[in-house]
Design a protein around this ligand. Sequence first.
Ligand code: ATP
Ligand code: MG
Length: 609
Amino acid sequence: MRVSRLMLVTLRDDPAEAEIPSHKLLLRAGYIRRLAPGIYAYLPLMWRVLRKVSQVVREEMERTGALETLLPQLQPAELWQRSGRWAGYTDGEGIMFHLEDRQGRQLGLGPTHEEVITALAGDLLRSYRQLPVNLYQIQTKFRDEIRPRFGLMRGREFIMKDAYSFHADEDSLRETYAAMDGAYRRIFARCGLRAVAVEADSGAIGGSASQEFMVTAEAGEDLILTSPDGQYAANQERAVSLAPAATPLAGGALADGQGEPLSTPRQTSIEALSAAHGFLPCQVVKVLLLVARFEQGLEQPVLVSLRGDQQLNEVKLANALAARFGQTHGALLALAPLSEEGLIREGLQCLPFGFLGPQLDDRVLAGARQWQPTFLRFRDHTAASLETFVCGANSPDEHLVGATWAGLGQNPETLDLRSAQPGDRCHHDPAQTLEARRGIEVGHIFQLGRKYSTAMEARFATEAGGEEPFWMGCYGIGVSRLAQAAVEQHHDGNGICWPLAIAPYEVIVVPANVADDQQRNLAERLYDELGNAGVDVLLDDRPERAGVKFKDSELIGIPWRVVVGRGAADGRVELVERQGGGSEELAAGSLLEQLVPRIQAQRCGLSEG
Ligand code: ATP
Ligand code: MG
């Protein structure tokens, strides 16, 4: 391809809409254009990258025996109602775009395809003899993300590879899950990405085991916690750890454990309270109030007690609430702090926020319009194990010192609700402490179990002659996100440094001066020869200054540049490698034999750093 025909429009300056390097570079180098928030056009260069990534994905999927398919993006609401996910995906913070057709029937635009594929499997797979089956597709997904950002990283329309497997038993599911794990590792390595596998929360998809693949990068939205020995790695949403030990409160418990009142004017934060009285945050029990809203109308106030130095992990809390109420009240639609406005809306008295304690009386909820009149009370293990502590007295400007759980008459359910933090000790080896890294989630594999097949009554005939719901797995890769993540890991001050396996073109031939016949002719000849040797090659035939063309070739990140300059008169050219910038002069006649084998090796991707 000739650069003059490439519709290449590069920008000198960083576009205002972009915050992270990969987003800036993809815009500047003419790979993508924004149409609306989270909606991007993939320009021809980008599409070549996406096709190369897709090809790697395809090859590795086929190697596992998975079958490619293409499922509808318009999905009838009825299917999602059968799985019980319609409300969760369309109400509240739901992310499914949905619409009505001319007959007034509701449809959703596919954010994911468990429902469609489970319905199909229930129809087509009748016997254990047909199992296991693994189907995959590479397709545009739609999600009305709350905060679309960072270009292709969090789009509202993006390309995903998703696969779904069906099994007669759990062992077979585990086998495919392991095969997909291997395929994922090969895909990321071949695409030149440094990715780590981490334990993950299963989120709205549900199911049991799940693992995410994270591309480590500063700009990552996820926090990953890992042990130094590499034995433990988890998304912070899911991570567990041993909290630092608490220092016992001086003076211990008072006889009745009800706590001694202490005047704490305006000391609404743990820091202010600790600083004023010499307590440590780990000696305080703090209380968080939230309201959980469920699909079938239940609005449940929740009171969570945490040790003062710990943070609530909302994902763990949401999982606990979904486990408690999911069966009876449907999906958890929203979980938000209980606010003063909320209290007013409910016709309730204001509460002394900043001075709340776990003994807060249910009577404060009496007469609520929508909310349940009693708190669901939880406490984290770290709070539960404090023998004696400081907490709010539930009246303004007052705390209690030396309280105990028994003395306060409280015995809430104890769960792991805290966020593990870097520096916490590891469960498997308390001598090691967790380290933090930021990551971009590029893939996620799940053992779904029988959640969808049970809900949607997708069953097969077993060998023993009975009928059972399928065991299922599902496996996603963000193809467009992966492509941008590669830029996040591979760029420098001059632009993108594509790993060769996914670069839009492998070589760019740049005649320094196209007005010079010798340079132009030699460049044309090398361009033809490289093309005939099966190399993806560009020819920068534009009548621009050499410096401009070099800058552009670096910005767009072509792995190899062949410069045909003054040396053309002696049949010599310069070969420059984008990554690292090393250059060498060589005879034009030996270019192919020198360059082609290197390109072939790099196509496997594994030589990329
Ligand atoms: P996230 O936590 O980042 O919102 P998710 O857990 O909802 O992602 P999955 O449902 O597991 O994502 O989707 C599979 C893969 O699709 C993800 O691992 C990610 O690489 C990609 N992906 C998800 N949402 C987006 C998006 N909005 N834009 C681009 N890629 C996405
Ligand atoms: Mg995920």
